[in-house]
Design a protein. Structure first.
Ligand code: AMP
Ligand code: ZN
Length: 141
């Protein structure tokens, strides 16, 4: 069901314009207005869900099932050298629209507009540290 004041629900309903890439009964895909790289696409479930935490398995399943097909269409259209998938959850993690979306970012080169900035801490964690972290997450299921 459409969520009041959600711009992505309004896009699905046609109340706001979008450049549609793909649509079926469960999923809608359209160009991100920011076009970080050419072909930058957002894939969203038609069921409003705030972010990954609130997404029921059946909604996630249909969403992710479609993504390889959409990625391959972008690949066929523009022959990018690579593609990043990105999903931001909560404000700190740069979520700005609170309707679950997966970014498909075709990559054309190192200076194409998208880059990662993350720190690698491989040397800071022993195998025991990793086992302890995994145990804590296991216990949270
Ligand atoms: P995020 O920061 O992960 O929540 O991403 C939200 C994305 O939605 C941003 O990349 C925006 O450029 C994009 N966006 C916001 N409004 C629209 C819109 N009306 N049509 C297409 N993309 C939008
Ligand atoms: Zn919505």
């Amino acid at each position: 069901m459409a969520h009041e004041d959600c711009i992505f629900c309004k896009i699905i309903d046609g109340e706001l314009p979008s450049a549609k890439v793909y649509e079926d009964e469960a999923v809608y895909a359209f160009l991100d207005i920011s076009q970080v790289t050419k072909g930058h696409t957002l894939v969203i479930p038609k069921t409003h869900t705030k972010n990954i935490y609130e997404t029921p398995p059946e909604v996630a399943s249909k969403l992710f099932e479609r993504i390889p097909t959409i990625a391959n269409a972008i690949k066929k259209a523009y022959q990018p050298a690579g593609m990043n998938l990105l999903n931001n959850n909560e404000k700190l993690a740069d979520q700005s629209v609170f309707h679950l979306h997966i970014h498909l970012l075709p990559r054309y080169g190192e200076d194409d507009g998208f880059s990662f900035n993350w720190q690698v801490h491989t040397d800071d964690y022993s195998q025991d540290d990793l086992q302890q972290i995994a145990k804590e997450i296991n216990e949270a299921f």
